[in-house]
Design a protein around this ligand. Structure first.
Ligand SMILES: [Zn+2]
Length: 632
């Protein structure tokens, strides 16, 4: 920004002297105006003092005055080519007015009152100077010396143009341009490519402006195009004045050393094509990039010198040429590590089907947004059932989950949407809608007899004195139930959602004619029971040699438990196993028998049992009977 009249680039001394002159002149920052209540007149009254102090004959005019009853703000900008040898000074001077009884007090910024001036600046009503303008005119809190590098210089940057090419440096650390430098890549006529000075993520892109000028500061400075790259939590590099529509990257893109960001130009307040470069520890409020007349700007106090790998900041001399050692072929960005999951917390119980998720943003790695996933198992890449998934731009998203998945352990995670990106360790959640109604059980049919009213799950109605006696049921709105013939929601079960009533429980499920022993309550409809398992091994009718360990296997519903029964053969009683979570059961050796061994399995998921699986049998003949043909 504020580039000079080009003919005199080899004279960086000029800007320094102008700064010095201003510093000396403004030892006393407040100037009492001529008891004038017209702020413009008060500012005009100050100008001659400014011009008198100006060195080399440059002069200033008021470009803009805004005011209200208490405050006034003005920008004094240099008349182009009004400086020594047609030099256009680098500076636009902000002036602040405070309305007092005696008239307007005008405050001029200087190194001596930088902190006070900044405080006034930030107290100015936004209607007089917007955030970008106040950031732009913030005064640096320490006067720059050309002494040793300060510890807080930014490091690890390469000169922001193509490897092996030259560029002129100018306006580095001149007044109003502290911790900022302009580079003219490959000389006056050329429009050189601007390259990323350090790996990072693009956080702002504006290429909509096609205009700029070497004057009329307060109007044109916001016409600057720019790209801003974030390198870390507190490090942002700015590439300003880029040519119209010359930017090949987008917000969110990951860039490496040497990635092309645009072409140097003269959009905004610029006297000739160049790139204005600076690094800040803070971002700014991003403006609408489609608006060519709006631009963000970092607070001057968040800027600091940059030690390039090619040359340290205090080695850069205005008017000198420097050769970039930046990367010619930018390396591809690294795959993204796992983000940090934020909300909801592990073990979260949701009461709604719509759940919002958030995680940490990813920077400096290859991604185009994020992937949010919900499954029935913690492993996001294999196994289980994928319940819902969403691609998002921001590090947050929402999923609407079907009621089928209520009351179950579910797992969610997120990752960056890019090649090789890692999933975060999944977090568990459950959806348990709020129960807003009650159910009432009656020991007699048609709502007679003892009454039990509740809204929670009872796994053994014996505890309520209604064991096996419940015969009729009423449900309010807002509650759903599963009623079962056995304790722990096993046996024959029926389900219903209120409002409804059953004068006889057998109307709910045939198996409840003999009464209910447990009841499950849900907010809204209860999820369905498990599907009937499928017996997979041994296949039915399979011959198993006695002495061979037999393992029964089946397929069922994720998260279910299983109960199985085995009978027949030489068994006098039915052997039962379960409730187990495995989908196999080791029987061991079955004695030889003429009669087959039959087995079956049913599942449970806490919302009732499935039906028994289709029975299967194995035959275990005696050794003598069964000799393979070969051995005969
Ligand atoms: Zn500049």
């Amino acid at each position: 920004m504020r580039a000079t009249g080009r003919a005199i680039k080899p004279f960086p001394l000029v800007s320094l002297l102008a700064a010095l002159a201003l510093f000396v002149a403004s030892a006393s920052p407040r100037i009492a105006a001529q008891a004038d209540h017209d702020p413009r007149a008060a500012f005009e009254a100050v100008l001659p003092r400014l011009n008198a102090r100006a060195s080399w004959g440059e002069s200033y005019v008021l470009s803009e005055v805004t005011f209200d009853a208490t405050w006034a703000f003005a920008i004094a900008e240099p008349i182009p080519a009004s400086g020594f040898g047609g030099f256009t000074p680098h500076i636009a001077i902000p002036l602040i007015g405070i309305h007092e009884a005696s008239g307007w007090l005008i405050v001029i910024p200087s190194p001596a009152n930088a902190a006070e001036f900044n405080a006034l600046l930030h107290n100015l009503p936004a209607s007089l100077a917007d955030e970008a303008t106040r950031a732009y005119f913030e005064q640096p809190l320490q006067h720059v010396s050309h002494g040793p590098a300060r510890v807080n210089n930014f490091t690890g940057h390469k000169l922001p143009w193509a490897k092996g090419l030259p560029a002129w440096a100018f306006s580095k650390d001149v007044t109003g341009h502290i911790n900022q430098v302009d580079f003219d890549i490959q000389g006056l006529a050329a429009a050189g490519d601007v390259r990323a000075s350090k790996p990072g993520t693009v956080v702002f892109v504006k290429e909509s402006s096609n205009s700029g000028a070497c004057g009329n500061f307060s109007t044109v400075w916001k016409q600057a195009n720019m790209v801003v790259v974030q390198h870390g939590p507190s490090e942002y590099s700015w590439y300003v004045h880029l040519a119209y529509d010359s930017v090949p990257v987008n917000v969110g893109d990951v860039v490496s050393y040497g990635t092309k960001l645009g072409v140097e130009g003269d959009t905004g307040f610029a006297c000739g094509k160049h790139v204005h470069f600076m690094v800040s520890s803070e971002p700014a409020t991003w403006t609408n990039p489609a608006d060519p007349n709006a631009a963000p700007w970092p607070k001057t106090t968040s800027l600091a010198p940059v030690d390039f790998i090619e040359v340290p900041w205090n080695g850069i001399q205005n008017g000198q040429t420097y050769i970039s050692q930046n990367d010619d072929t930018p390396s591809p960005p690294p795959p993204c590590p796992a983000p940090e999951l934020q909300t909801p917390a592990h073990g979260f119980i949701a009461t709604n089907q719509l759940i919002s998720f958030a995680w940490s943003a990813m920077n400096n790695c290859a991604h185009d947004g994020y992937v949010l996933r919900l499954k029935t198992v913690p492993d996001m890449t294999s196994g289980g059932t994928l319940i819902a998934e969403a691609n998002t731009i921001a590090p947050s998203g929402a999923l609407t989950i079907g009621t089928t998945w209520n009351y179950r352990d579910l797992y969610w995670s997120a990752r960056a949407n890019g090649a090789g990106a890692a999933w975060a360790t999944a977090r568990r959640l459950r959806i348990e809608p709020t129960i807003t109604g009650t159910y009432t059980l009656y020991s007699g049919p048609n709502f007679a007899g003892d009454v039990f009213t509740a809204s929670q799950t009872i796994t053994d109605l014996q505890t309520t004195g209604l064991n096996d006696l419940a015969r009729s049921l009423k449900l309010d709105p807002g509650v759903g139930v599963v009623v079962c013939s056995e304790v722990n929601l096993h046996g024959e079960c029926g389900r219903a959602t209120g409002p409804v009533q059953f004068g006889n429980l057998s109307d709910l499920a045939q198996g409840l004619a003999g009464g209910a022993s447990s009841i499950r309550a849900c907010g809204g409809a209860c999820p369905p029971g498990p599907i009937t398992p499928t017996l997979t091994a041994p296949i039915t009718g399979q011959v198993v040699l006695s002495g061979t360990a037999v393992v029964l296997r089946w397929e069922g519903t994720e998260g279910a438990t299983y109960r199985g029964e085995l009978w027949g053969g030489v068994l006098t009683d039915t052997i039962a196993f379960g409730w187990i979570t495995d989908t196999h059961w080791l029987i061991g050796n079955l004695p030889a028998s003429e009669a087959p061994y039959t087995w079956r399995v049913r599942a449970s998921n806490g919302f009732g049992d499935s039906a028994w699986a289709q029975e299967s049998f194995v035959v275990v003949p005696s050794q003598a009977v069964y000799l393979p043909i070969a051995q005969r």
